[in-house]
Design a protein around this ligand. Structure first.
Ligand code: SF4
Ligand code: SF4
Length: 151
């Protein structure tokens, strides 16, 4: 489980920093360009709402399927472990999360494995989201040089 919402020493041996809790937007930090460098990709632990168009871009459904019945699409994708729910009034799906936390498309290196085809909300975050302009930035483990610039 995550150890969140407590005072910890920054991995870069900088001053003590207050970690954010992805589930508590009031703890989030104001987003600044370049912040994704060295971040643990905490935003990819938030539930991700996707449209039929997003699913088509991800090549998970066809245009014909989307046009016929989204309820049927939802049933199949839930069985395949790709989405966890479907909200008919909004015509939106929620992507499945590994261990109830990470997006299923988040790689072991904490980078998006479908970056070019990522959903619209991922492209717009943190301009949109529970606390626009803010995000649950947290440092990744010491030594990693990979970045997660995704906005
Ligand atoms: S947008 Fe996501 S990856 Fe970038 S700093 Fe914020 S939480 Fe980290
Ligand atoms: S699709 Fe990619 S960018 Fe969006 S939450 Fe999942 S891993 Fe993150």
């Amino acid at each position: 489980m995550l150890i969140l919402g407590q005072m910890v020493k920054n991995y870069s041996e900088g001053p003590a920093v207050q970690w954010t809790d992805p589930n508590r937007p009031s703890t989030w930090k104001k987003y600044k360009s370049g912040m994704c460098d060295g971040c643990w990709a905490a935003c990819c632990t938030l539930p991700v709402e996707v449209s039929a168009y997003d699913l088509m871009r991800l090549e998970l459904i066809t245009e014909d399927e989307a046009a016929s019945s989204l309820k049927k699409v939802a049933k199949r994708l839930m069985k395949e472990g790709i989405v966890q729910s479907f909200h008919p009034p909004r015509q939106l799906f929620i992507l499945e999360q590994r261990f109830g936390r990470d997006c299923i498309f988040l790689g072991e290196d904490r980078l998006c494995t479908v970056y070019e085809a990522r959903p619209e909300v991922c492209r717009k975050f943190p301009k949109i989201g529970p606390r626009p302009g803010h995000c649950p930035v947290n440092p990744r483990s010491k030594g990693s040089k990979k970045t997660h610039e995704k906005v």
